[in-house]
Design a protein around this ligand. Structure first.
Ligand code: NAD
Length: 439
């Protein structure tokens, strides 16, 4: 089985390496030659635990190849996967499909025989059919079947998620073309079906919408628990106990009930905006999701206000240490991270900001304003600081000793926006400590 994967980002690279691990021959192409040069030199352009090993093993065994030439990748390919980005379009929140459509045009030009074109990117309802139209317009003689196979992996745990997914969703067209694509995807995902992974076979439109509905629901859970956390603070309840008491109900589930500074990352913000926009276009507004977006947007700014208030209402002349910049641990992805809103506000309020993240600082430097200082480590960031803020729950921050932190810092304010520390231990060490939704 041979696969061409278009896009060597978080999804394309992980999916490509995992398909190779399943025993298929995978040729990954990317429009960014620097990524391909890095990959061919044995360097992984993103941080994802375990990916370096998986890629190296499969390259060594000759099943995984990287290049910039789509024609070469499609030579003899049984399926072509699209894993290009679908960021928010400036202005209206719609998914920007320019990368998807450009890739579809390139596929059309490179085709030398019948193709099965599978969209892994998260795309609005109707995109699969537009992709088919593009190919057919450019190359009417090419026999093409399109399918939607949305990806549900999480950065930081991407390989495990891909290898042991909760389900595989496959959307296909009606008729013979749909049959052909479904049968091919059944063969591609055979190793997972042997492990009894459920497969959800649907129409193209249903598969496309399923991905957005899943992300919107998870984002809604986060905004929900964040609001409950705020209420906990006002009534003297503990959000962790509330979340446990609620989440043990099997109808609700315990996951995604952790309060924090608001969701970020490459998916939830853009996907909630896109599905809300689709819903408005179809005159079927998603009011729950509109509220989820509004709550989350406001929350990031509120976190900065909360830090300023904890420092007595002014940051002038104060140093704030920030631990964590990526939108979550175990990734270097900075897209829509809460740090991108919180840190500029701290700077504007007059603070000297000293930040540290184990892997995201190179990306952070290109996305955060000038004036932020970058520390060598967590204790280095804390040295002489008046306040310390935990923005991302990297494990190494959990291990810091309260007494050691207290000795390093000039002030005694800790705003723990991820609830990584024990409140009693922090207070015993002499900190004025606040976390989210805990008394
Ligand atoms: P990314 O930005 O990391 O990677 C996309 C890659 O595609 C880039 O390297 C880019 O250079 C390349 N590219 C763009 N146009 C190309 C073309 N014509 N030919 C070859 N390469 C091209 O994006 P990502 O995070 O991997 O996301 C890809 C898609 O998967 C998005 O739709 C996203 O919503 C979805 N998704 C992402 C995640 C995640 O955790 N990142 C999870 C599930 C789904």
């Amino acid at each position: 089985m041979r696969i061409a994967m278009i896009g060597a980002g978080y999804v394309g690279l992980v999916s490509g390496a995992c398909f190779a691990e399943f025993g298929m021959h995978v040729h990954v192409v990317d429009a960014d030659p620097s990524k391909i040069t890095a990959l061919n030199a044995g360097r992984i352009p993103i941080y994802e635990p375990g990916l370096d090993r998986l890629v190296a093993d499969n390259v060594k065994d000759g099943r995984l190849v990287f290049g910039t030439n789509l024609g070469a990748a499609m030579e003899g390919a049984d399926a072509v996967f699209l894993a290009v980005g679908t960021p928010s379009r400036r202005g209206d929140g719609h998914a920007d499909l320019s990368f998807v459509f450009a890739a579809a045009e390139q596929v059309a030009r490179a085709a030398t025989g019948p193709i099965v074109l599978v969209t892994k990117s998260t795309v609005p309802v109707g995109t699969g059919r537009k992709v088919k139209e593009i190919v057919t317009r450019i190359r009417p003689e090419v026999e093409i079947a399109v399918a939607s196979n949305p990806e549900f992996l999480r950065e930081g745990n991407a390989i495990g998620d891909f290898m042991r997914p909760d389900r595989v969703v496959v959307g296909t067209e009606e008729g013979e073309a749909g049959e052909r694509a479904r049968e091919l995807l059944r063969r591609i995902y055979r190793p997972l079906f042997l492990m009894e992974t459920p497969i959800v076979n649907t129409s193209l439109e249903t598969a496309e919408l399923t991905k957005y509905a899943a992300n919107a629901f998870l984002a809604m859970k986060i905004s929900f628990i964040n609001e409950i956390a705020d209420l906990c603070e006002n009534v003297g309840a503990d959000v962790h106990d509330v979340a446990r008491g609620v989440g043990l109900d099997g109808r609700i589930g315990r996951k995604f009930l952790h309060p924090g500074p608001g969701y970020g990352g490459s998916c939830f913000p853009k996907d909630t905006l896109a599905v809300a926009q689709t819903a408005r276009d179809f005159n079927s507004p998603l009011l729950l999701i509109e509220a989820t977006i509004a709550i989350n947007d406001a929350r990031k700014g509120q976190m900065a206000d909360r830090i300023i208030a904890a420092c007595g209402g002014s940051l002038a002349g104060k140093t704030v240490a920030v631990l964590g910049l990526a939108f979550k641990p175990e990734t270097d992805d900075m897209r829509d991270a809460p740090s991108l809103v919180v840190l500029p506000k701290l700077l504007e309020a007059g603070a000297r900001v000293r930040a540290y993240d184990p892997v995201a600082m190179d990306h952070a430097r290109t996305m955060l304003p000038e004036g932020i200082e970058y520390a060598e480590g967590a204790m280095d960031a804390a040295q002489g600081a008046d306040a310390l803020v935990v923005l991302t729950e990297w494990n190494e921050f959990r291990a810091l000793s309260p007494a050691g932190l207290r000795r390093a810092m000039r002030g005694n304010v800790i705003e723990d926006l991820r609830n990584v520390y024990e409140p009693a231990a922090m207070r015993d060490a002499g900190f004025s400590y606040r976390s989210i939704g805990r008394p």
